[in-house]
Ligand binder design. Structure first.
Ligand code: SF4
Ligand code: SF4
Ligand code: SF4
Length: 471
């Protein structure tokens, strides 16, 4: 048996990245990374492309191939595959499209009917109950089949502020708790909110929700300008009160901050403000504004990608010092997936009108993208949801396996083609040509790799110091 029989080359999965210190060999599927010199990179790529080249290599070249092979760099690994077959154990409910804020960049024209003159409406309670029944029943069956499911999840979200339909949320949560007790399976409740909640609502959230995401623009002046109340006054005081209350009560909560060009330089200050004022915050999620919805009629513009990256990295230094987890959705080197979100496995998201959409941002039938993302509805007469299997099958194809543009991107199995609603607006997967977000995803993913390499180098140095001392 020759040395190379141990390895199976997967040329597209061995990437060469470069930074100021030189080349980095990166095999994402094995989560393997190593700094290398140029000759080592050359033999590694030769071998990955053609294992037969091993015989003609110099001894040094063969030694490099063997060393990388022993670490698994050339090993065959299965590609990530999203779940096929629609048996959701999680539902996201949009109780209402009404909203008490008028955020200047709102993708959904919250409180204004999606910008298309759609009526302000709220979900029928029976529709919500049937969604809960469906995911709870699936969870029981899946748990009993031994697939690792152990609960069902109800997420409260909205194309408006969900707590504008607080009485409905209460009914949904109570119903979910009853179902959980009756079927003997735990229920988990999450909520996304703009944080403008009254005391009764806050008490209810603290008592019943397992985690909460608050949209907050990081500093009082940005919050008041970008996320004003429907009547025009600032919303900071109320959101600040909510986050202090959640922090005091020990409810796990995260903050999502939408970054506009006008705020990008303040990202490090935002981290410091949030960490110092709301201790216990689980994560701070920065996302550059995407120019859609109300953005088109306001002055909000997306920050330049290089500036966003620079400020994000500065913010990361601050976050690490203060123990806050910083997140940007496209940079996640620690996950291996073939889809950016659950859109391809049929995320079971129910709009206030009872339509089922795979995408949070496409929630109105009048949105041309609904043709792709709507795949079912609540049928009140039959008292159940009906789904369109052909639509589900088509959604399942929205994955990075089918996106040629991403084939040679080292983030392929992390970013997985990015948010379909943003990059596939009116086009097919074959026409995916990335977006300005690719620059951010790649730069921040490379930084995650660099940090891991630095950490390993530090560990090695410490181990060497230790062994010198021992000697
Ligand atoms: S709180 Fe949410 S739904 Fe309401 S206007 Fe702001 S972004 Fe839109
Ligand atoms: S496609 Fe984009 S907007 Fe839609 S749910 Fe996924 S991440 Fe969200
Ligand atoms: S090419 Fe862009 S969208 Fe595709 S995986 Fe890479 S960063 Fe993501």
């Amino acid at each position: 048996m020759s040395d190379r029989d141990h390895y199976e080359a997967m040329p597209p999965e061995l990437f060469v990245l470069r930074d100021d210190e030189g080349p980095i060999l990166y095999a994402p599927l094995g989560r393997l990374m190593a700094r290398a010199n140029e000759p080592a990179v050359e033999v590694a790529l030769d071998y990955a492309r053609d294992p037969e080249s091993y015989a003609g290599m110099s001894e040094e070249g063969q030694a490099v191939v063997r060393a990388l092979g022993e670490r698994g760099f050339f090993r065959h690994r299965a590609y990530p595959r999203h779940e096929r077959g629609f048996r959701p154990t999680q539902t996201t409910l949009f109780p209402t499209n009404n909203c008490n804020l008028r955020c200047s960049y709102c993708y959904a024209f919250g409180g204004e009917g999606g910008g298309n003159g759609e009526p302000i409406t709220r979900m029928d309670l029976r529709c919500a109950q049937c969604a809960v029944d469906l995911v709870a029943q699936n969870a029981v069956e899946r748990r009993d089949s031994g697939d690792g499911t152990h609960n069902f999840l109800v997420s409260i979200h909205g194309n408006g502020e969900p707590f504008c339909a607080y009485d409905l949320i209460r009914e949904i949560v109570w119903y979910g708790q009853d179902v959980s007790e009756r079927l003997g399976i735990p229920a988990v409740f999450n909520a996304a909110t703009n944080g403008v909640l009254n005391e009764e609502q806050l008490d209810f959230v603290v008592a019943n929700f397992h985690s909460v995401n608050v949209s907050f623009d990081g500093l009082p002046e940005f919050q008041d300008t970008n996320r004003p109340m429907a009547g025009g006054r600032g919303s900071f005081a109320q959101v600040d009160h909510t986050m202090r209350r959640l922090a005091e009560a020990g409810v796990g909560f995260g903050v999502r901050t939408t970054v506009t060009d006008a705020m990008v330089d303040a990202m490090p200050d935002i981290v410091a403000f949030v960490a110092n004022n709301y201790p216990g915050i689980e994560q701070l999620h920065f996302e550059p504004v995407w120019e859609c919805g109300r953005c088109k009629t306001s002055s909000n513009v997306m920050p330049k990608s290089d500036v966003f990256v620079r400020r994000y990295l500065e913010a990361l230094e601050v976050a690490q010092g203060l123990g806050v987890r910083l997140v940007f959705s496209g940079a996640r080197q620690d996950v291996l997936v073939d889809t950016f979100c659950k859109v391809s496995s049929g995320s079971f998201t129910v709009t206030p009108t009872g339509d089922v959409t795979a995408c949070y941002e496409v929630s109105y039938a009048s949105d041309p993208r609904s043709e792709r993302f709507f795949f079912g509805r609540f049928d009140a007469e039959q008292d159940r949801f009906v789904f369109d299997q052909a639509k589900l099958d088509a959604l399942s194809e929205l994955c990075v396996h089918n996106i040629r543009f991403c084939d040679d991107c080292f983030c392929r199995w992390h970013c997985a083609g990015d948010c379909a609603a943003k990059v596939l607006d009116g086009i097919g997967v074959q026409e995916h040509h990335g977006s300005v977000r690719c620059e951010i995803s790649r730069a921040l993913t490379l930084n995650q790799i660099q940090r891991k390499l630095d950490y390993k180098a530090d560990e090695k140095e410490l181990a060497q110091e230790g062994s010198t001392e021992d000697a």
